[in-house]
Design a protein around this ligand. Sequence first.
Ligand code: FES
Length: 218
Amino acid sequence: MTVRFILDGETIELTDVDPTATLLDHLRYKMGRTGTKEGCAEGDCGACTVLLGEADAGGGAVAWRAVNACIQFLPMLDGKALMTVESLSRSGSLNPLQACMASNGSSQCGFCTPGIVMSLYGRCIGASGGISAVLVFYALQFPRAELGFMFFLYWRLRWFYIPAWVALVLWLLMQMFGVYTQLHGFSNVAATAHLGGATVGFISWWWWTKSQRQALAS
Ligand code: FES
């Protein structure tokens, strides 16, 4: 049996695959990807969480979901894409999600942390439209609140704080530039989806403040 899948942009082809071999064992013992841990080995604890991507029905976007590698048999990978915890830091530095967890003391013993990171990361993929809505709502409601952003500067991740209204203006300018690049084919970042999310955030904020005013007046 032959199995083909994509890992970090490369096509991996496995031949003579044992249909009962698990993805977890293959990652740890054949590929040296030991960041994926084995806990219960029966799909309960999540220590072995990885992300599996499948093209949607139209063959366009890839839908990612978190799965337990200990109960995925290798043939189940055929035609799919895979991300492990090592995929997040291929550049040699931590992914912002990992850096944020480390700098805020959110990691645990280290055994289950990779699985937690992958579950969180899986929820973040494709969530930027919803995040845009939250950002707009928050900035309109609390314009003077300080928002922290993490940037990679001088070989270190650093936090910068700016008022929410400034962040909103900068972000809107970036999205308008993003729409231009998207419509002209320079970029496939979904800036139009971000602006759609921003519109939802604005309408939600307007509706919420209106209902608050009505409640105070009555
Ligand atoms: S090792 Fe516990 S869910 Fe896979």
